[in-house]
Design a protein around this ligand. Sequence first.
Ligand code: KG4
Ligand code: ZN
Length: 334
Amino acid sequence: MIVLALESSCDETAAAILCEERGLLASEVASQIALHRVYGGVVPEVASRQHLTQLRPVIEATLSHAGLRLDSIDAVAATAGPGLATSLMIGMSAAKGLALGLGKPFLAINHIEGHLLSPFFRTETQECGPALGLVVSGGHTLLVDIEGFGSYHLLGQTRDDAAGEAFDKVGKLLGLPYPGGPVIDQLAHRGDPGRFDFPRSMRDSGDFAFSFSGLKTAVRYLLPKLPDRSDATLADVCASFQEAVVDVLVSKSLAAASAAGRKTVAVSGGVSCNSRLRARLAEACCKAGLELLVAEAALCTDNAAMIGHVALNRLMRGMFSPLTADIDPNLRLV
Ligand code: KG4
Ligand code: ZN
């Protein structure tokens, strides 16, 4: 079974080919970051026009890297949501057209499920769970109890900004290039995480909800009071802000794993690239006797391999989507 998967929910145009026996055969991501950087964030109209021109070359490059022709594909999958409507419809329409033209099944895939299961992609057994899943991306921050493939219980999510959104907004406040997350991660290496005492919102709320908008506001109020705008001070702000985000994510993830009785923590989404989050989670999981699964960096940010991974799991269970399936910008995981 060979599946071609497309992902176009936000600002990455991506395609991947996965084989049931041989795993990931090819994965291509055409990032639009440079294009959106001048605006300080993603402009939906610009993103969809770019998907339109990039999708075909990306699919062709993916087929070529896999050494396959379209007629070897057994099914075509695409992200149905959540995401930007005008971006989602490009990938979905292309996938439906290909499936129809090839006379092969079509699969509409949930982007959050793609992230959630990405840490299991290259594991030895490839079993998806049981585990406590933490999805931390630009659009989502949620804790999910994963019983197994297709069986998820939402334990909690953010009430306002997603963790990645907080990184990006703080990056903007600090005058850093978009997206702020990776830049703050880099700068924080040289900073003192204890210099500024930022709020750890909802860390001790006793539930599994998050809130990051107050933290962003705290950074904004601090800026005019800074003694200077030196590189050293900027690095201290980045390190202190990052520490506040990481503190909350680590403490809630461990509490959720314990409440759900899970022995594995599976972390995914763009923010799971963060070096401090990885280090602190590794330390905390080791102390608590938990296994930590984090996908390799290329599978953490948006990509089509994670969409193909979910699609293959569906195909193996005989699950397909009708060609009448539509995009849903607000699609939920459960
Ligand atoms: O999963 P993703 O590619 O897209 C969404 O589904 O949202 O995540 C993108 C987010 C951005 O907010 C970006 O700033 C953040 O992931 N990000 C990071 C790092 N790398 C990417 N945040 C913190 N540290 C990083 N190293
Ligand atoms: Zn994503």
